[in-house]
Design a protein around this ligand. Structure first.
Ligand code: GLY
Length: 387
């Protein structure tokens, strides 16, 4: 009995030391990556014309956008995280400058991407500075986003182009966090109600029995019924576009945190299990751009989908109290830290990660750096540090 006790005692000590060892290895890796990220973003800021935001770096050309592009909030957002990590005043100045470039987008009612644009920029700006002017921008932006909500359908309209009646894309789950925040800050329940109704409608209509999701669902404007299920950036209507799965995973994990609703948590777990258990998911957990791409393994991986997934899994592991999601997140971060994905300092137009896919069907932004890959990679590492 005594022997058994000592054996168990030493096994516990060794296990604890092993975990500490792994944890500190991860901490070192994250610190190294964050230092590189700081160096890269300082370099990127020297390439950026004063009124533009970064988009990508392709064939040696640094590509930029105006503030109306759906990705305009990711550069300031990444800078806010890097400032939060380092306290570096140069990063703070650039974070403020680039955030304030987006001010007019608070009035933009022509896009559903205001959550990406304003909450990733002004959201962090307000969280880290408490500047009330920033809060006003997010509140106005939440009004603008809510103007796209349709009561009959119970969802926010995604796009104004195309031949659909009322298209809603899975990506739109990501814009809901700004609305739950807006209700908390204003005590106006309407924003929260819109977010929950949209999430419920999406849960009912975007998902297949195996928890994979369609990209675009089209609704009848009169009846509110689903009339079509399509893709835009995926391989086919019935395939599982990797970043779409990641947006869904992140979206329902976030909504579970924001509402405490068990149904969202269970759904996020089902999406995670679909992705992590998919036969086409590589062991290093960087997915191909579409889980059903016909030319797997001779096709592109998508680092952006991996980064979004890693960040979501860190949060999901805490909410679900499930260490295997944390292990998966760590695997993704480790893989993204290898030379295949991680840029060398002073290269890649200052982006941190290489090898993302924007829209394969349009042969647009294939195997290139993208701002949202960087943003969610840095967020994943901040979340891992915060554990
Ligand atoms: N929201 C657009 C994309 O994920 O490419």
């Amino acid at each position: 009995m005594k022997k058994l006790f000592f054996a168990a005692f030493f096994a516990l000590i060794f296990a604890a030391c092993g975990n500490r060892h792994n944890a500190s290895e991860m901490e070192l890796l994250i610190d190294r990556n964050m230092q590189l990220a700081i160096e890269q973003y300082k370099y990127m800021s020297t390439l950026l014309p004063p009124d533009r935001l970064p988009m990508s770096y392709e064939n040696g050309e640094f590509k930029t956008s105006g503030t109306g592009w759906w990705c305009s909030g990711f550069y300031p957002g990444t800078l806010w995280y890097l400032y939060e990590y380092s306290g570096d005043e140069q990063l703070l100045a650039e974070a403020i400058r680039s955030t304030e470039l987006l001010e007019k987008e608070q009035y933009n009612t022509r896009t559903h991407d205001l959550g990406f644009m304003l909450f990733c920029s002004y959201g962090h700006a307000y969280r880290l500075t408490g500047n009330p002017a920033y809060k006003e921008v997010i509140m106005t932006g939440s009004e603008s986003l809510s103007s796209r909500y349709n009561h009959t359908i119970g969802a926010i309209r995604s796009w104004d182009f195309g031949t659909w009646q009322f298209p809603v894309i899975i990506d739109n789950m990501m814009n809901l966090e700004m609305l739950t925040w807006a209700t908390r800050e204003s005590r106006n329940p309407r924003f929260h109600e819109i977010a929950v109704t949209h999430a419920d409608k999406t849960l009912a209509n975007h998902f297949r029995p195996d928890a994979s999701s369609y990209h675009v669902i089209d609704y009848d404007r009169e009846s509110g019924e689903r009339v079509g299920a399509h893709t835009w950036q995926g391989y086919s209507d019935d395939s599982s576009w990797a970043r779409g799965q990641a947006w869904g995973l992140y979206g329902y994990t976030m909504m579970s945190r924001e509402t405490g609703d068990r149904a969202y948590l269970d759904h996020a777990r089902r999406i995670a299990d679909f992705m992590l258990g998919h036969p086409n998911m590589p062991d290093d957990l960087i997915p191909y751009w579409d889980f059903n791409a016909p030319d797997i393994p001779d096709t592109s991986r998508d680092a952006s989908a991996a980064a979004v997934t890693a960040s979501a899994l860190v949060e999901l592991s805490s909410l679900a109290n499930e260490p295997r999601y944390l292990d998966a997140a760590r695997t993704i971060v480790k893989t993204l830290s290898t030379p295949t994905y991680l840029a060398e300092a002073g290269t890649n137009g200052g982006f941190i990660l290489k090898q993302s896919v924007g829209a394969m069907p349009f042969n647009s932004e294939v195997d290139v750096p993208l701002t949202y890959a960087d943003y969610y990679f840095v967020e994943a590492m901040m979340r891992l540090r915060g554990l």
